[in-house]
Design a protein around this ligand. Structure first.
Ligand code: FEO
Length: 170
C-alpha cells in the first residue's frame, strides 16, 4: 500500500512529467516556425516520451491501491532564441527533473517504500540518458555555429528520431 505522503509526491511528479511534455511540444512548435522539421520531430518524440513517464507513475499509483489526482499544468514558454537555446533550456529542465527524481528517491528511502525505490531506479537511469542526449545535441549545435548547411544536416538527423515503442516509452 502506498503511503499518503508518497502518493501526493508521485501525483506532483505526474504533473511535472506532463509539464515536460507540454514544454517540449511548445519547443516543437517553435522549431516548426523556423522551418526545422527534424528539430520539431525530435521535440515531439521527446514530448511523447514524457507522457510515457507520467503514465509509468500513474500506473504505479493505481497498481498499489493509491489514487491519482491530476494537478494543474503551467503554461510553457512559447518563444525561444534559437535551436541552441531550445536545447540548452532542455538540458537545464532535465537537470531540474533529475533533482526531483532524486528527491522522490530520498523520500522513498525515508518512507521505507521499497516498491517506489525500484520504480525510481528506472527513472534515475533514464535521467542520465535524458541529460546525455540533450548535451550531445548542444555540443553538435556549438560546432555547427552559423552554418545553415550544417544546421540543415543536423535537422535531417534529428528527423530520424522514432516514436517510443509502447513497451519502452517510459
Ligand atoms: Fe521525464 Fe525528461 O524526464
Amino acid at each position: 500500500m502506498l503511503s499518503r505522503t508518497m502518493q501526493d509526491a508521485i501525483n506532483e511528479q505526474i504533473k511535472n512529467e506532463l509539464y515536460s511534455a507540454y514544454l517540449y511540444l511548445s519547443m516543437s512548435a517553435y522549431c516548426e516556425s523556423l522551418n526545422l522539421p527534424g528539430f520539431a520531430n525530435w521535440m515531439r518524440m521527446q514530448a511523447q516520451e514524457e507522457v510515457g513517464h507520467a503514465m509509468k507513475f500513474y500506473e504505479s499509483v493505481h497498481g498499489r491501491g493509491g489514487r491519482v489526482v491530476l494537478l494543474a499544468i503551467d503554461q510553457p514558454p512559447a518563444e525561444f532564441q534559437s535551436p541552441l537555446d531550445v536545447f540548452e533550456e532542455t538540458l537545464e529542465h532535465e537537470q531540474k527533473v533529475t533533482a526531483m527524481i532524486n528527491n522522490l528517491y530520498e523520500l522513498a528511502i525515508q518512507e521505507k517504500d521499497y516498491a517506489s525505490q525500484v520504480l525510481l531506479q528506472w527513472f534515475v537511469t533514464e535521467q542520465v540518458e535524458e541529460e546525455d542526449s540533450a548535451t550531445k545535441v548542444i555540443d553538435t549545435l556549438k560546432m555547427v555555429g552559423d552554418s545553415r548547411q550544417a544546421l540543415l544536416m543536423l535537422d535531417r538527423e534529428l528527423g530520424g528520431r522514432q516514436a517510443p515503442q509502447a513497451n519502452e516509452e517510459a
